[in-house]
Design a protein. Structure first.
Length: 161
């Protein structure tokens, strides 16, 4: 990860709730972030995500056919946008804008194909000096929230402080 020397620390809160959705614990954690200048006053906040290992897929007789076998995946540290990509950020990286449903430079970009999203990641990665995230990275980043939403006791929700 190239941007370590430019990173700034920020805090976020991890909230644990019980089966009824009542908060039973709050913990403050820290992570590293940096801001990438995309030109013309457009910036993109990036968060450094640590690498790690997690189980990917579904156990036999559970899930869809393309989710097998359940296997261990190791992900190297990587950067991800702190917020959804806006239309001005997309245009700054790609040079064009898809036909978004809700127009506005600071509104999230939508109606983007998987292939165009991968091209965006590749172009941004060249600018940032990192590698584009793959499916394993995206799952790794979303896993704490997703797993908590399907596991009622001890659910973990993230929020920025």
């Amino acid at each position: 990860m190239k941007k370590d020397h430019l990173a700034q620390e920020f805090e976020f809160e991890v909230v644990t709730v019980n089966r009824r959705g009542e908060i039973i614990a709050r913990n403050i954690h820290r992570a590293q972030q940096f801001t990438e200048d995309l030109g013309n006053g457009v910036v993109l906040a990036m968060v450094a995500l640590p690498g790690g290992t997690f189980m990917m897929g579904s156990a036999e007789r559970h899930g869809y056919d393309d989710e097998h076998p359940l296997h261990s995946v190791t992900v190297a540290p990587f950067f991800m946008g702190k917020y959804p990509v806006t239309q001005e950020q997309w245009k700054a990286v790609m040079g064009w804008l898809p036909p978004c449903r809700f127009k506005g430079a600071r509104r999230p970009v939508d109606r983007v194909s998987w292939n165009d999203a991968r091209k965006f990641c590749a172009r941004l990665s060249k600018k940032v000096g990192s590698f584009p995230p793959n499916t394993s990275h995206l799952i790794s980043a979303a896993l704490p929230l997703v797993s908590s939403l399907i596991r009622p006791p001890g659910t973990t929700l993230l929020g920025f402080v």
